[in-house]
Ligand binder design. Structure first.
Ligand SMILES: Cc1ncc(C[n+]2csc(CCOP(=O)(O)OP(=O)(O)O)c2C)c(N)n1
Ligand SMILES: [Mg+2]
Length: 817
């Protein structure tokens, strides 16, 4: 073979590779589009509940997928089905399984039907709860619905690469990183960039200098609201220009590209990937001129708010249509004057189009059958039992009617089966037959199965669950060494940082000065600026950093300076962290520890204790309220051995109090979900937590002098509360219950009452009305008097308990007033 022939063959070969890549991309885009089109039909005909699809955003996602490597992470939103298909993590059948909410994680790998379609995820953990090798797969952190809610987590996902690249001692963690070469890819809609946390996250990533590539899919709309109402200058890249990196500054590389321009997109994504991956410089890609062929979602039509020009433009600039034209028009001359083309005629593309249609249609059918057959077999099972039951029952004809109604439902769901079965049970309540027992068993086992399908994996169900970590008591030297309690904190964090190279602590003032209460004093110097670090004042992204870092195998401790400012982060805690395990059916986790300090100090802020609000928003996160620093330190030691996320609230007024210094720092643990009796007594069970306990103890001493002996229980773990049900044992002894806290009336105290009276059946031991004593409904006023008149004081506590005793024995405890 001549040299020229070899060269020609080589060109031909590489062109052939290129061609098949292009045509394969086109095929994926068409499959994705067909999914959107058929998906909408499935919703409109009632087989699925709601649909939000990625049509009109296909082509840029092909480009992003090409640059996305193993070990990388995506944090995006509901338009990204094409990307997921392109990286091989979603096929058409799974797409429809999600739309129908199939509850089998093997069939619907995004969430086992828990999330509506368009919420994507890959699996980071194995059945037994251990991590998979994340560097051997392409990763997508599980999506959430709140617009821009994916942003804070994205910061952490990107920051993890920086940590893995630069922190010594992590070299062995090869499951999580290959020397920090992973990029975290964000996607967001143009309108969602109006959210505060978008800007907060962009700024944080710029400061942190982390490998994050942020794509904005810009279709000029956010549902019906045009960009002119969303974004200054109607352009996110215009207004973010100040973030552009100069030679001598940090900052972003910013690209602007049209979403229908396949060639440009591939080029831009390649460049972006290289810049972020190699230099850890964040990149913004503003992808403009995108469309929504079917409007925003299945609940509405965009003809209502787009004029005919816009609608026509969207047709003309449909990205797949543009890609198609490019393929058809493409011609390249090789060295020998031969014209190279992708296709000889349009027929080839028409064939791909037809095949895509057929493939998606079959996938939809298969997904439906798999979903429907599962339920139909439940219907058959129920119908069989019910029919036999009817033949024995005096209410047979009513029962048969309900059964016939059930079996004639064309597309039954589980609710139909259970609701019919449970109604029928009422018809035979006064009868006895083996069939009745069979029906009862069927209902009970269906409800049990449903609990796994719909309610499992709120928290870790593995042996590493934080509640399984055994208690290890602090040990002490023979000579008592009392010290400022903040030293317990500091020495324990020192031990933790020493013991676990994957632990990072960060927050406002956490680095250089070692936190506002000196609990991290000197530790930055000792462990370096990456492991003990200062952050900007940005609670939501401090939380997000924690989530992302934890999802990549690190053990972050994210510090929120004061409990009162947790509210800035509460949305992310509630929407993202608390739901992560649940919304992935246990396939992703973020064992993040959130450290904060609060309760009793001074003023409307810096003294709040909004525990009811918090615990009701973060089911899925442990909430721990240690009464002193040794207990708090023990909680950190416990949590680091487990794989659940948690919030630990230290007592703001406890750092200067004296505590004995233990000798086994980093080792002693405080059990999670266990109460502790801190004073035994016979007259009343008084349960409280945090700083308030000290006041309860003070009141207890005064009560002894008038002949009242209370038992004091420290709740210490609000979520979960008292797994062993020890409180009710106290109640069985004292027969009286008072819950005291410094939350608003009906806050966490109401929760504790419900736990004790209802869940622990405490009501049966009561000789007096159970009571709560809380702070006032308003936030606490400033100063010592503000505190005295806003929160329960020792006198309030004394009098409340005395009054309860007076009611039971007015002779012995004469009224005070
Ligand atoms: C915090 C929050 N507010 C409102 C919504 C309702 N919502 C869902 S999508 C959307 C518009 C988003 O537009 P854009 O970011 O441009 O994405 P697009 O759908 O256009 O791709 C809105 C308002 C939401 N999901 N979350
Ligand atoms: Mg939009």
């Amino acid at each position: 073979m001549s040299d020229t022939a070899t060269a020609t063959n080589a060109t031909q070969l590489s062109f052939n590779d290129f061609k098949s890549e292009v045509l394969n991309d086109y095929r994926i885009a068409r499959i994705s589009r067909e999914c959107s089109l058929l998906g909408r039909r499935e919703v409109l005909t009632g087989k699925a509940k709601f649909g939000i699809f990625g049509d009109g955003k296909e082509v840029p996602q092909l480009a992003m997928a090409k640059a996305f490597k193993n070990g990388d992470f995506r944090s995006g939103y509901y338009r990204d089905q094409t990307f997921m298909m392109s990286i091989g993590e979603l096929n058409a059948q799974q797409f429809f399984a999600g739309l129908y909410a199939h509850t089998d994680i093997k069939i619907e790998p995004m969430s086992a039907g828990r999330q509506m379609g368009g919420h994507f995820a890959t699996h980071s953990i194995n059945e037994d709860g251990s991590w998979k090798n994340l560097t051997a797969q392409k990763n997508s952190s599980a999506d959430i619905s709140p617009t821009a809610g994916q942003m804070p987590r994205l910061v952490g996902l990107a920051q993890a690469s920086k940590i893995f690249r630069n922190v010594k001692g992590l070299e062995n963690l090869t499951n999580f990183s290959n020397k920090g070469n992973e990029v975290a890819w964000g996607t967001i809609g143009n309108a969602s960039t109006s959210e505060g946390i978008f800007f907060e996250s962009i700024n944080a990533a710029g400061v942190l200098e982390i490998p994050m590539v942020m794509s904005v899919w810009d279709d000029e709309y956010g549902i019906s609201v045009h960009a002119k109402y969303q974004t200054t200058k109607e352009s996110i890249s215009e207004i973010l220009k100040g973030f552009q990196k100069d030679k001598n500054t940090n900052g972003y590389e910013i690209f602007v590209v049209n979403g229908w321009d396949y060639v440009q997109l591939v080029d831009v994504y390649n460049k972006a990937s290289k810049i972020a991956r190699e230099q850890h410089i964040p990149v913004l890609i503003h992808v403009k001129e995108l469309t929504q062929p079917q409007g925003h979602s299945t609940s509405g039509s965009h003809e209502r708010y787009k004029d005919s020009d816009r609608l026509q433009w969207e047709k003309d600039f449909d990205c797949i249509e543009k890609m198609r034209q490019w393929i058809l028009n493409f011609e390249l001359e090789d060295g020998n004057g031969v014209t190279l083309k992708f296709v000889d005629s349009e027929e080839e593309l028409i064939t791909i189009d037809k095949e895509a249609k057929k493939e998606v249609s079959a996938a939809k059918r298969n997904a439906w059958n798999a979903f429907n057959n599962e339920i139909k077999s439940e219907v058959t099972k129920a119908a069989d039992i019910i029919e036999r039951l009817a033949s024995k029952s005096t209410n047979g004809s009513f029962i048969l009617k309900l059964k016939n109604d059930l079996t004639s439902i064309l597309e039954p769901i589980r609710k139909d089966v259970l609701s019919t079965s449970r109604k029928i049970l009422r018809f035979v309540k006064d009868e006895n037959s083996p069939e009745k027992i069979e029906l009862q068993e069927f209902i009970k086992s269906s409800i049990k199965d449903a609990a796994v399908k719909y309610s499992s994996h709120l928290l870790s169900e593995t042996e590493n669950a934080a509640i399984n970590i055994p208690q290890v008591n602090p040990t002490y030297n023979s000579e008592v060494k009392n010290a400022d309690a903040r030293l317990v904190m500091r020495d324990n964090f020192d031990a933790i940082l020493n013991k676990y190279p994957e632990v990072l602590i960060f927050g406002e003032d956490a680095g250089q000065i070692g936190d506002v209460n000196q609990g991290l004093e000197g530790l930055q110097e000792k462990y370096g600026k990456l492991r003990v670090s200062d952050t900007g004042i940005r609670e939501a992204t401090i939380l997000g950093q924690g989530i992302g870092l934890a999802m990549r195998g690190l053990r972050p401790i994210a510090e929120i300076q004061y409990l009162d400012y947790l509210l800035y982060a509460l949305q992310i805690m509630s929407d993202d962290l608390a739901t992560l395990r649940y919304r992935t059916y246990g396939k992703q986790k973020a064992p993040l520890i959130i450290r904060t300090r609060g309760h009793r100090l001074e003023g409307i802020w810096h003294s709040g204790s909004p525990m009811g609000g918090i615990i009701n928003n973060v089911r899925g996160i442990h909430v721990l309220v240690p009464r002193n620093m040794t207990k708090a330190a023990g909680f950190y030691n416990t949590l680091l051995q487990g794989d659940d996320p948690a919030l630990v609230i230290e007592c703001l007024n406890g750092y200067r109090l004296k505590e004995e210094l233990p000798t086994n720092f980093g080792e002693f643990t405080t059990p999670i979900g266990a109460v502790e009796t801190i004073k035994e007594g016979k007259d009343m069970t008084v349960i409280s937590y945090g700083s308030t306990l000290r006041i309860v103890e003070e009141a207890a001493k005064e009560l002894i002098q008038v002949g009242i002996d209370i038992e004091i229980i420290d709740a210490q773990s609000l979520l979960p509360f008292d797994i062993n049900q020890d409180t009710v044992k106290s109640l069985a002894k004292t027969n009286r219950l008072l819950v005291i806290d410094e939350d608003v009336p009906g806050g966490a105290s109401a929760y504790l009452l419900q736990e004790i009276l209802e869940n622990q059946d405490g009501y049966q031991y009561l000789d007096s009305k159970p009571a709560t004593l809380t702070a006032k409904a308003h936030r606490p006023a400033y100063g010592t008097d503000g505190d005295y008149f806003s929160k329960p004081s020792a006198e309030d506590i004394f009098e409340k308990i005395y009054e309860m005793m007076h009611e039971t024995n007015p002779e012995k405890f004469k009224s005070l007033y």
